[in-house]
Design a binder for this molecule. Sequence first.
Ligand SMILES: Cc1cc2c(cc1C)N(C[C@H](O)[C@H](O)[C@H](O)COP(=O)(O)O)c1[nH]c(=O)[nH]c(=O)c1N2
Length: 213
Amino acid sequence: MTGSPVFDEAFREHLADLIAWRRDVRRFRGDPVPEETLKDCLALACLSPSVGNSQPWRFVRVADAARRAAVVANFSRCNEEAAERYPDERAAAYRRLKLEGLREAPVHLAVFCDEETQVGHGLGRATMPEMLRYSVVLAIHTFWLAARARGIGVGWVSILDPAPLSAILAVPAAWRLVAYLCVGHPQEEHADPELVRHDWQQRLAPESLLIER
Ligand SMILES: Cc1cc2c(cc1C)N(C[C@H](O)[C@H](O)[C@H](O)COP(=O)(O)O)c1[nH]c(=O)[nH]c(=O)c1N2
């Protein structure tokens, strides 16, 4: 990297487009994600901010068919349990939603937080230890935008039981699941969220989310 880059108006417009067009993707084409592209997105994700520069994110690529099948079974169980928690009409609407792309996505990334990392020497998290997990979420969002900028879709699946999933993936006991990401070329592009299009939840007005004190 040479001197500090110049972010002009054209760049700011493209960045706004990238942020606005980043979708949670649940439908994928079968074509593979180039290894170089995946590595570039992961490298950018690793530039994300983290409390005490602890970099607690751990990306586990799940390629093994038996492990993937176990993750799908985990999702299916949790998804049915989630549906049952809603009253009839909302439960019916819930069951119409597609909330994962596990069977179609060529790349599965389980993203964990290493809760026992000593990197960063505990700085910034004595009173709020959850800052480690928040740091992982930032890396996920960076990965999400980097992927979108390369025409790659990402879908976050959280309708999962984390404990058996960690056992399925045989990760260290100190690693806590933050996200299970489906990654691949999206089948379609949309300017608005699927949950908005399917009338599950509209977007809130940004001005309603800023409180002055
Ligand atoms: C922490 C967290 C967890 C989940 C999600 C997101 C985040 C941030 N999202 C995606 C979510 O539904 C989506 O971001 C919103 O509906 C907004 O749509 P866009 O992401 O703008 O397309 C998500 N989507 C889904 O289909 N299944 C899921 O389990 C989850 N879980």
